[in-house]
Design a protein around this ligand. Structure first.
Ligand code: ADP
Ligand code: MG
Length: 350
Protein backbone atom coordinates (compact mmCIF):
# COMPACT_ATOMS: atom_id res chain seq x y z
CA UNK A 1 0.00 0.00 0.00
CA UNK A 2 1.32 3.40 -0.96
CA UNK A 3 -0.11 4.85 2.19
CA UNK A 4 0.40 2.73 5.30
CA UNK A 5 -2.60 1.37 7.16
CA UNK A 6 -2.30 3.86 10.01
CA UNK A 7 -1.66 6.85 7.73
CA UNK A 8 -4.73 5.80 5.79
CA UNK A 9 -6.87 5.73 8.93
CA UNK A 10 -5.47 9.06 10.09
CA UNK A 11 -5.86 10.72 6.70
CA UNK A 12 -9.31 9.59 5.77
CA UNK A 13 -11.13 8.52 8.91
CA UNK A 14 -9.72 10.23 11.97
CA UNK A 15 -11.04 13.74 12.19
CA UNK A 16 -8.87 16.47 13.61
CA UNK A 17 -11.44 17.72 16.09
CA UNK A 18 -11.31 14.39 17.96
CA UNK A 19 -14.34 12.67 19.43
CA UNK A 20 -17.30 14.85 20.26
CA UNK A 21 -19.62 12.66 22.20
CA UNK A 22 -17.63 9.47 22.64
CA UNK A 23 -15.39 9.39 25.70
CA UNK A 24 -12.68 7.86 23.55
CA UNK A 25 -12.68 7.57 19.76
CA UNK A 26 -10.31 6.25 17.08
CA UNK A 27 -6.77 5.30 18.09
CA UNK A 28 -7.03 3.09 21.15
CA UNK A 29 -7.85 -0.60 21.50
CA UNK A 30 -11.50 0.16 22.08
CA UNK A 31 -13.70 3.21 21.83
CA UNK A 32 -15.69 4.23 24.89
CA UNK A 33 -19.22 5.52 24.69
CA UNK A 34 -21.65 6.36 27.45
CA UNK A 35 -25.40 6.28 26.86
CA UNK A 36 -27.56 8.83 28.66
CA UNK A 37 -29.23 7.99 31.96
CA UNK A 38 -32.07 5.51 31.53
CA UNK A 39 -31.05 4.65 27.96
CA UNK A 40 -30.08 1.27 26.58
CA UNK A 41 -27.62 0.92 23.70
CA UNK A 42 -29.13 -0.17 20.38
CA UNK A 43 -26.59 -1.98 18.17
CA UNK A 44 -26.85 -3.06 14.55
CA UNK A 45 -24.43 -4.24 11.86
CA UNK A 46 -24.76 -4.27 8.09
CA UNK A 47 -22.21 -5.40 5.56
CA UNK A 48 -21.97 -4.24 1.95
CA UNK A 49 -20.23 -6.52 -0.53
CA UNK A 50 -19.27 -5.53 -4.04
CA UNK A 51 -21.36 -7.29 -6.66
CA UNK A 52 -23.91 -8.22 -4.01
CA UNK A 53 -25.04 -4.91 -2.55
CA UNK A 54 -23.53 -2.45 -5.01
CA UNK A 55 -22.17 -2.32 -8.53
CA UNK A 56 -18.38 -2.15 -8.83
CA UNK A 57 -18.53 1.22 -10.60
CA UNK A 58 -20.76 2.95 -8.04
CA UNK A 59 -19.85 6.53 -7.11
CA UNK A 60 -17.68 6.11 -3.96
CA UNK A 61 -19.33 9.10 -2.26
CA UNK A 62 -22.71 7.44 -2.73
CA UNK A 63 -21.27 4.20 -1.39
CA UNK A 64 -20.01 5.96 1.74
CA UNK A 65 -23.47 7.43 2.18
CA UNK A 66 -25.26 4.15 1.67
CA UNK A 67 -23.00 2.04 3.88
CA UNK A 68 -23.95 4.24 6.82
CA UNK A 69 -27.53 4.91 5.69
CA UNK A 70 -28.57 1.26 5.79
CA UNK A 71 -27.26 1.04 9.35
CA UNK A 72 -28.91 4.26 10.49
CA UNK A 73 -32.11 2.89 9.00
CA UNK A 74 -31.97 0.03 11.51
CA UNK A 75 -31.58 2.50 14.37
CA UNK A 76 -34.54 4.44 12.97
CA UNK A 77 -36.64 1.30 12.87
CA UNK A 78 -35.84 0.74 16.54
CA UNK A 79 -36.67 4.32 17.53
CA UNK A 80 -33.05 4.82 18.60
CA UNK A 81 -31.04 8.03 18.49
CA UNK A 82 -27.66 7.59 16.72
CA UNK A 83 -24.52 7.88 18.85
CA UNK A 84 -21.62 6.51 16.84
CA UNK A 85 -20.40 3.80 14.49
CA UNK A 86 -17.43 1.63 13.64
CA UNK A 87 -16.23 0.93 10.11
CA UNK A 88 -14.53 -2.31 9.14
CA UNK A 89 -13.29 -2.30 5.58
CA UNK A 90 -11.35 -4.47 3.18
CA UNK A 91 -9.84 -2.49 0.30
CA UNK A 92 -8.21 -4.00 -2.80
CA UNK A 93 -5.75 -1.08 -2.95
CA UNK A 94 -5.19 2.39 -1.53
CA UNK A 95 -6.86 4.67 -4.03
CA UNK A 96 -6.69 8.12 -2.50
CA UNK A 97 -9.31 9.65 -4.79
CA UNK A 98 -11.70 6.84 -4.04
CA UNK A 99 -11.08 7.14 -0.29
CA UNK A 100 -11.55 10.92 -0.36
CA UNK A 101 -14.92 10.59 -2.08
CA UNK A 102 -15.99 7.63 0.05
CA UNK A 103 -15.19 9.36 3.33
CA UNK A 104 -16.86 12.60 2.23
CA UNK A 105 -20.12 10.77 1.49
CA UNK A 106 -19.83 8.85 4.73
CA UNK A 107 -19.14 11.88 6.93
CA UNK A 108 -21.77 14.08 5.28
CA UNK A 109 -24.46 11.63 6.39
CA UNK A 110 -22.78 10.97 9.73
CA UNK A 111 -22.73 14.69 10.53
CA UNK A 112 -26.33 15.13 9.42
CA UNK A 113 -27.29 12.60 12.09
CA UNK A 114 -24.71 13.59 14.68
CA UNK A 115 -23.31 10.06 14.58
CA UNK A 116 -19.55 9.87 14.92
CA UNK A 117 -17.01 7.35 13.67
CA UNK A 118 -15.40 5.88 16.79
CA UNK A 119 -13.29 3.03 15.44
CA UNK A 120 -12.97 0.26 12.93
CA UNK A 121 -10.61 -2.08 11.18
CA UNK A 122 -8.80 -1.73 7.87
CA UNK A 123 -7.33 -4.55 5.81
CA UNK A 124 -6.47 -5.42 2.22
CA UNK A 125 -8.90 -7.63 0.33
CA UNK A 126 -11.86 -7.63 -2.05
CA UNK A 127 -13.91 -4.47 -1.41
CA UNK A 128 -16.15 -5.09 1.58
CA UNK A 129 -17.61 -2.59 4.01
CA UNK A 130 -19.06 -3.40 7.37
CA UNK A 131 -20.50 -0.76 9.65
CA UNK A 132 -21.78 -1.25 13.17
CA UNK A 133 -23.92 1.55 14.57
CA UNK A 134 -24.62 2.34 18.18
CA UNK A 135 -27.63 4.31 19.26
CA UNK A 136 -29.59 4.93 22.42
CA UNK A 137 -33.19 4.34 23.33
CA UNK A 138 -34.99 3.87 26.65
CA UNK A 139 -35.61 0.10 26.73
CA UNK A 140 -39.39 0.47 27.12
CA UNK A 141 -39.62 2.89 24.19
CA UNK A 142 -37.78 0.73 21.62
CA UNK A 143 -39.84 0.05 18.49
CA UNK A 144 -39.67 -3.70 18.42
CA UNK A 145 -40.98 -5.98 15.70
CA UNK A 146 -43.16 -7.98 18.05
CA UNK A 147 -45.72 -5.45 19.28
CA UNK A 148 -48.30 -5.52 16.45
CA UNK A 149 -51.87 -6.50 17.34
CA UNK A 150 -54.91 -7.46 15.27
CA UNK A 151 -56.78 -4.30 14.30
CA UNK A 152 -53.67 -2.09 14.11
CA UNK A 153 -53.29 0.08 11.04
CA UNK A 154 -50.34 -0.63 8.75
CA UNK A 155 -48.34 2.42 7.73
CA UNK A 156 -45.40 3.07 5.48
CA UNK A 157 -43.22 6.16 5.05
CA UNK A 158 -42.18 7.68 1.72
CA UNK A 159 -42.60 5.81 -1.55
CA UNK A 160 -41.78 2.26 -2.58
CA UNK A 161 -40.32 0.43 -5.54
CA UNK A 162 -37.93 2.94 -7.11
CA UNK A 163 -34.65 1.40 -5.89
CA UNK A 164 -35.63 -2.08 -7.04
CA UNK A 165 -36.58 -0.72 -10.42
CA UNK A 166 -33.21 1.03 -10.75
CA UNK A 167 -31.49 -2.28 -10.04
CA UNK A 168 -33.70 -4.12 -12.54
CA UNK A 169 -32.91 -1.55 -15.25
CA UNK A 170 -29.21 -1.83 -14.58
CA UNK A 171 -29.25 -5.63 -14.81
CA UNK A 172 -31.32 -5.42 -17.98
CA UNK A 173 -28.83 -3.01 -19.54
CA UNK A 174 -26.06 -5.44 -18.80
CA UNK A 175 -28.05 -8.19 -20.50
CA UNK A 176 -29.05 -5.93 -23.42
CA UNK A 177 -26.33 -3.25 -23.74
CA UNK A 178 -27.98 -1.73 -26.83
CA UNK A 179 -31.04 -0.71 -24.84
CA UNK A 180 -28.83 2.07 -23.47
CA UNK A 181 -30.39 3.31 -20.25
CA UNK A 182 -27.56 5.81 -20.11
CA UNK A 183 -28.68 7.51 -23.29
CA UNK A 184 -30.77 10.54 -22.29
CA UNK A 185 -32.04 11.00 -25.84
CA UNK A 186 -33.48 7.55 -26.13
CA UNK A 187 -37.25 7.42 -26.22
CA UNK A 188 -39.39 5.21 -24.03
CA UNK A 189 -40.42 2.91 -26.86
CA UNK A 190 -38.52 -0.13 -27.98
CA UNK A 191 -39.23 0.50 -31.67
CA UNK A 192 -35.70 1.60 -32.49
CA UNK A 193 -34.04 -1.44 -30.98
CA UNK A 194 -36.24 -4.34 -31.83
CA UNK A 195 -35.73 -7.38 -29.62
CA UNK A 196 -34.33 -5.38 -26.73
CA UNK A 197 -36.43 -4.21 -23.81
CA UNK A 198 -37.94 -0.73 -23.91
CA UNK A 199 -35.68 2.08 -22.80
CA UNK A 200 -37.01 3.54 -19.57
CA UNK A 201 -37.75 7.28 -19.31
CA UNK A 202 -34.55 9.01 -18.36
CA UNK A 203 -35.83 11.36 -15.65
CA UNK A 204 -37.66 8.54 -13.90
CA UNK A 205 -34.55 6.39 -13.96
CA UNK A 206 -32.36 9.18 -12.61
CA UNK A 207 -34.81 9.68 -9.74
CA UNK A 208 -34.91 5.95 -9.05
CA UNK A 209 -31.12 5.69 -9.05
CA UNK A 210 -30.92 8.48 -6.53
CA UNK A 211 -33.29 6.55 -4.27
CA UNK A 212 -31.13 3.44 -4.72
CA UNK A 213 -27.80 5.11 -4.10
CA UNK A 214 -28.76 7.72 -1.50
CA UNK A 215 -31.43 6.26 0.76
CA UNK A 216 -32.45 8.66 3.54
CA UNK A 217 -32.66 6.84 6.86
CA UNK A 218 -35.88 7.85 8.63
CA UNK A 219 -34.24 8.61 11.96
CA UNK A 220 -36.49 11.54 12.94
CA UNK A 221 -39.56 9.48 12.13
CA UNK A 222 -38.31 6.57 14.25
CA UNK A 223 -37.77 8.85 17.23
CA UNK A 224 -41.24 10.39 16.83
CA UNK A 225 -42.86 6.94 16.60
CA UNK A 226 -41.57 5.85 20.01
CA UNK A 227 -44.79 6.60 21.78
CA UNK A 228 -47.06 5.98 18.78
CA UNK A 229 -46.19 2.77 16.91
CA UNK A 230 -46.87 -0.72 18.26
CA UNK A 231 -44.19 -2.27 16.01
CA UNK A 232 -41.78 -1.15 13.29
CA UNK A 233 -39.23 -2.46 10.80
CA UNK A 234 -37.21 -0.83 8.06
CA UNK A 235 -37.85 -2.02 4.52
CA UNK A 236 -34.70 -3.57 3.13
CA UNK A 237 -35.92 -6.84 1.65
CA UNK A 238 -39.34 -5.91 0.28
CA UNK A 239 -42.58 -4.90 1.95
CA UNK A 240 -44.29 -8.28 2.07
CA UNK A 241 -41.25 -10.14 3.38
CA UNK A 242 -40.46 -7.51 5.98
CA UNK A 243 -44.10 -7.32 7.03
CA UNK A 244 -43.92 -11.08 7.44
CA UNK A 245 -41.15 -10.65 10.03
CA UNK A 246 -43.32 -8.25 12.03
CA UNK A 247 -46.33 -10.56 11.85
CA UNK A 248 -44.39 -13.69 12.77
CA UNK A 249 -42.70 -12.12 15.77
CA UNK A 250 -45.83 -10.31 16.91
CA UNK A 251 -47.95 -13.46 16.59
CA UNK A 252 -45.41 -15.38 18.67
CA UNK A 253 -45.35 -12.64 21.31
CA UNK A 254 -49.14 -12.33 21.43
CA UNK A 255 -49.79 -16.06 21.27
CA UNK A 256 -52.35 -15.75 18.45
CA UNK A 257 -52.07 -15.86 14.64
CA UNK A 258 -51.70 -12.58 12.77
CA UNK A 259 -51.91 -11.60 9.12
CA UNK A 260 -52.56 -8.47 7.13
CA UNK A 261 -54.65 -6.91 4.41
CA UNK A 262 -52.83 -4.53 2.12
CA UNK A 263 -55.00 -2.11 0.18
CA UNK A 264 -53.16 -1.96 -3.17
CA UNK A 265 -54.63 1.39 -4.38
CA UNK A 266 -53.29 3.10 -1.29
CA UNK A 267 -49.72 1.72 -1.53
CA UNK A 268 -47.43 4.71 -2.22
CA UNK A 269 -45.67 3.40 -5.31
CA UNK A 270 -42.93 5.78 -6.42
CA UNK A 271 -43.95 7.96 -9.39
CA UNK A 272 -40.79 6.81 -11.21
CA UNK A 273 -42.75 3.59 -11.80
CA UNK A 274 -45.80 5.31 -13.32
CA UNK A 275 -45.05 4.06 -16.82
CA UNK A 276 -44.90 0.39 -15.81
CA UNK A 277 -47.63 -2.23 -15.84
CA UNK A 278 -49.53 -2.79 -12.61
CA UNK A 279 -48.08 -6.29 -12.28
CA UNK A 280 -44.57 -4.82 -12.43
CA UNK A 281 -45.44 -2.06 -9.99
CA UNK A 282 -46.85 -4.63 -7.58
CA UNK A 283 -43.73 -6.78 -7.80
CA UNK A 284 -41.36 -3.82 -7.33
CA UNK A 285 -43.29 -2.10 -4.54
CA UNK A 286 -44.15 -5.23 -2.58
CA UNK A 287 -41.12 -7.44 -3.08
CA UNK A 288 -38.44 -5.14 -4.48
CA UNK A 289 -36.40 -4.20 -1.47
CA UNK A 290 -33.75 -1.55 -0.83
CA UNK A 291 -36.44 1.03 0.00
CA UNK A 292 -35.19 1.88 3.51
CA UNK A 293 -38.54 3.32 4.44
CA UNK A 294 -40.20 2.44 7.75
CA UNK A 295 -43.12 0.05 7.92
CA UNK A 296 -44.98 0.38 11.19
CA UNK A 297 -48.18 -0.59 12.96
CA UNK A 298 -50.26 1.72 15.11
CA UNK A 299 -53.71 1.56 16.66
CA UNK A 300 -56.43 3.52 14.85
CA UNK A 301 -56.62 6.34 17.44
CA UNK A 302 -53.08 7.33 16.41
CA UNK A 303 -54.26 8.49 12.95
CA UNK A 304 -54.51 12.21 13.74
CA UNK A 305 -51.11 12.22 15.44
CA UNK A 306 -49.57 10.51 12.43
CA UNK A 307 -51.15 13.01 10.04
CA UNK A 308 -49.62 15.83 12.08
CA UNK A 309 -46.29 14.06 12.23
CA UNK A 310 -46.25 13.63 8.47
CA UNK A 311 -46.73 17.37 8.02
CA UNK A 312 -44.12 18.35 10.59
CA UNK A 313 -41.51 15.97 9.15
CA UNK A 314 -42.36 16.80 5.54
CA UNK A 315 -42.49 13.06 4.92
CA UNK A 316 -45.43 11.19 3.42
CA UNK A 317 -46.92 8.64 5.80
CA UNK A 318 -49.48 6.36 4.20
CA UNK A 319 -51.95 3.97 5.78
CA UNK A 320 -51.78 0.94 3.53
CA UNK A 321 -53.81 -1.67 5.35
CA UNK A 322 -54.65 -3.48 8.54
CA UNK A 323 -53.25 -6.18 10.75
CA UNK A 324 -55.74 -9.05 10.96
CA UNK A 325 -56.20 -12.03 13.24
CA UNK A 326 -55.86 -14.56 10.42
CA UNK A 327 -52.45 -15.63 9.18
CA UNK A 328 -51.44 -14.70 5.63
CA UNK A 329 -50.98 -11.44 3.77
CA UNK A 330 -53.69 -10.51 1.28
CA UNK A 331 -53.49 -7.81 -1.35
CA UNK A 332 -56.85 -6.20 -2.07
CA UNK A 333 -57.99 -4.07 -5.00
CA UNK A 334 -60.26 -1.00 -4.88
CA UNK A 335 -63.32 -3.26 -4.51
CA UNK A 336 -61.81 -5.27 -1.69
CA UNK A 337 -61.23 -8.26 -3.99
CA UNK A 338 -58.05 -10.28 -3.71
CA UNK A 339 -55.22 -9.66 -6.14
CA UNK A 340 -53.05 -12.70 -6.77
CA UNK A 341 -49.42 -11.89 -6.45
CA UNK A 342 -46.19 -13.65 -5.81
CA UNK A 343 -43.88 -11.65 -3.61
CA UNK A 344 -40.94 -13.61 -2.35
CA UNK A 345 -38.70 -11.47 -0.14
CA UNK A 346 -35.09 -11.13 -1.06
CA UNK A 347 -32.93 -13.81 0.49
CA UNK A 348 -29.18 -13.96 -0.15
CA UNK A 349 -29.07 -17.74 -0.04
CA UNK A 350 -31.92 -18.47 -2.43
P1 ADP B 1 -6.25 -3.22 16.75
O1 ADP B 1 -4.93 -3.73 16.31
O2 ADP B 1 -6.39 -2.98 18.19
O3 ADP B 1 -7.39 -3.96 16.11
P2 ADP B 1 -6.05 -1.38 14.63
O4 ADP B 1 -4.59 -1.27 14.46
O5 ADP B 1 -6.81 -2.28 13.73
O6 ADP B 1 -6.34 -1.73 16.14
O7 ADP B 1 -6.71 0.08 14.54
C1 ADP B 1 -6.11 1.17 15.19
C2 ADP B 1 -7.18 2.15 15.57
O8 ADP B 1 -7.78 2.68 14.41
C3 ADP B 1 -8.29 1.55 16.40
O9 ADP B 1 -8.73 2.50 17.33
C4 ADP B 1 -9.37 1.28 15.37
O10 ADP B 1 -10.65 1.35 15.97
C5 ADP B 1 -9.15 2.42 14.39
N1 ADP B 1 -9.53 2.09 13.00
C6 ADP B 1 -9.03 1.13 12.19
N2 ADP B 1 -9.59 1.15 10.98
C7 ADP B 1 -10.50 2.15 11.01
C8 ADP B 1 -11.43 2.68 10.06
N3 ADP B 1 -11.56 2.18 8.82
N4 ADP B 1 -12.20 3.70 10.47
C9 ADP B 1 -12.11 4.19 11.70
N5 ADP B 1 -11.25 3.77 12.62
C10 ADP B 1 -10.46 2.74 12.30
MG1 MG C 1 -7.80 -4.10 14.05
Amino acid sequence: MALGEFELIRTFFERSAGPRRALLGIGDDCALIRPGTGQSIAISTDMLVEGRHFFADVDPAALGHKALAVNLSDLAAMGARPLGFTLAMALPQVDERWLTAFSSGLFALADAHDCELIGGDTTRGPLNLCITVFGEVPPDAALRRDGARAGDDLWVSGTLGAPAWAVACRLQTEAFPMAGVDNPDAGSSADSNAGAPATPPHAALAAARLRLERPQPRVALGLALRSVASAAIDLSDGLVGDLGHVLTRSAAAGGAPLGAHIDWPSVPVDTALDHLYDSQRIALALAGGDDYELLFCAPAPARPVLAMLSRSLGLTLTRIGTVTGESGVQLLDAHGDRIDFHAAAFDHFR
